[in-house]
Design a protein around this ligand. Sequence first.
Ligand SMILES: CC(C)(COP(=O)(O)OP(=O)(O)OC[C@H]1O[C@@H](n2cnc3c(N)ncnc32)[C@H](O)[C@@H]1OP(=O)(O)O)[C@@H](O)C(=O)NCCC(=O)NCCS
Length: 140
Amino acid sequence: MVELLTEPTPDIVAALGGLVSQLSTSAPPLSLAMLEQIVNSPATRLLLARHDGDVVGALTLVLYAIPTGLRGRIEDVVVDRALRGRGVGAALTEAAIELARATDVRTLDLSSSPARESANRLYRRLGFAARDSVVYRLQP
Ligand SMILES: CC(C)(COP(=O)(O)OP(=O)(O)OC[C@H]1O[C@@H](n2cnc3c(N)ncnc32)[C@H](O)[C@@H]1OP(=O)(O)O)[C@@H](O)C(=O)NCCC(=O)NCCS
């Protein structure tokens, strides 16, 4: 049910575009070139969840080496609203944890707005613990 995206196609761009719009209203439109950039980067792994062949969920695992070691981050987790509550989000997150463990990351981080209650419950259930740290962003 969960697979690693290796060959982006226009159909996958369309399906993922629909998912991204359920995650963010301000994200730029997804293109084949952007998906190819994600797939071709050694720092990103895009996981897709399928149901009856259709793409119904996605998660991006980011892996990066810094002086304190190899680190991982989970980003852009989304499941189609018609299929939520059936374990798809858990399956995607568990697959990302497995991939991260296989690459020997020191830590696997993610951040989620407290308003995203389902997401926060899911991450805690899978073993993520909240850190006492402030998340900053500069809007360039
Ligand atoms: C957060 C999100 C990805 C979770 O996806 P999901 O597929 O619904 O996740 P799961 O089904 O694995 O878990 C969600 C709920 O289903 C329940 N569940 C999990 N497996 C289940 C199963 N096999 N049978 C019944 N219920 C199940 C969980 O207990 C959980 O319930 P709760 O939220 O009431 O505690 C999804 O809600 C989503 O896309 N939200 C909008 C975007 C978003 O917030 N993304 C996260 C950004 S950090």
